[in-house]
Ligand binder design. Structure first.
Ligand SMILES: [Zn+2]
Ligand SMILES: [Zn+2]
Length: 310
């Protein structure tokens, strides 16, 4: 039984609108939980287009308060209310976010019929913000013009896989559980009855995904993302705009690829393309010249995290 861990890109654009490209939003599906990462304008329509039921959302993470990363949030929360939601919703983001939503809801006399739990994310300080049975989430300190945090989703180690054909039919449930946990079954005299290596296969390595948008090039969080399965890093510009990128606290495709190389990540996903670039092939070419395992965050595509072929 393999657990789902996949990422669907809803928006790959940046602040200036461009037809055919939408502002940042991504949906991460882990096990059967939905995690929305950023919520640019129109995200609820993007979810509908992808046939993802917004009612299944339970956790929302907002990186920062530039509009292209959260202008879709109040509409989405309102629509969930209209749909009669009663389940709890967990929202993570900069402290100012709650203030903004409160004003919007107060002046429209909107009273949410579901509990909205807001947890402010402290900028500049990496650390765990959510602990679930199947995964943990950490914040990543990014360097942008305003406070901005990335998010790192780490799967917890999975259990070993039993080799069904080898198992005696009458094996007690407790033995099965212990074999899956990697323990040998030993009798009272200390004799090994069943060796976990003989009856189960090692668990696949835990998968991990880091979302880094928006930021200028920095190696501040290099250790935190070392060796992860998939890194999403913004690439607003190509290297021809290197100086401009630094001035406005954004990164180039070459810089994102350099970071991916230094951090030893398995794969790199790039997005948040400036509207000055009508085509995105240049981003892929530039990044792959440094880090071959780079992919474009193409809208509507679903990427299986930790899989050899994206
Ligand atoms: Zn942005
Ligand atoms: Zn921004």
């Amino acid at each position: 039984m393999s657990m789902t861990f996949q990422l669907t890109i809803l928006g790959s654009g940046s602040a200036t609108p461009l037809l055919g490209r939408h502002p940042t939003a991504q949906l991460l599906e882990i096990d059967s939980d939905y995690f929305l990462v950023d919520c640019g304008e129109g995200t609820q329509f993007r979810l509908l287009e992808q046939r993802i039921r917004p009612g299944r959302l339970r956790y929302i993470f907002i990186s920062h308060l530039h509009g292209d990363h959260y202008f879709g949030l109040a509409p989405l929360l309102s629509s969930l209310n209209l749909a009669g939601r009663t389940e709890e919703l967990y929202l993570f983001g900069p402290a100012g976010l709650l203030e903004i939503l409160t004003v919007q809801f107060r002046h429209s006399d909107t009273r949410l019929g579901y509990p909205l739990h807001f947890q402010p994310v402290e900028p500049g300080r990496p650390g765990p913000i959510l602990d679930l049975p199947q995964l943990t989430v950490e914040s990543i300190p990014l360097e942008h013009r305003i406070d901005c945090s990335g998010y790192l989703f780490r799967e917890k180690p999975r259990k070993r896989k039993l080799i069904k054909e080898k198992l005696p039919a009458d094996m007690p449930i407790d033995y099965l559980r212990r074999l899956k946990d990697g323990q040998d079954i030993v009798d009272e005299a200390g004799n090994v009855l069943f060796r976990t290596d003989d009856y189960s296969l090692p668990a696949p390595p835990p998968r991990s995904y880091a979302f880094c948008s928006d930021t200028r090039y920095t190696e501040k969080f290099l250790q935190q993302i070392a060796g992860i399965s998939l890194l999403y890093h913004e690439t607003t510009f190509l290297d021809d705009q290197l100086a401009r990128a630094g001035e406005v606290f954004h990164a180039t495709a070459r810089q994102a690829a350099t970071l991916a190389t230094k951090a030893g990540v398995q794969q790199l996903l790039i997005g948040h393309f400036s509207s000055r670039y009508k085509q995105t092939e240049g981003f892929l070419e530039e990044a792959r010249s440094v880090f071959p395992e780079t992919y474009l965050a193409t809208e509507g595509h679903t990427f299986p995290v930790g899989s050899a072929a994206l």
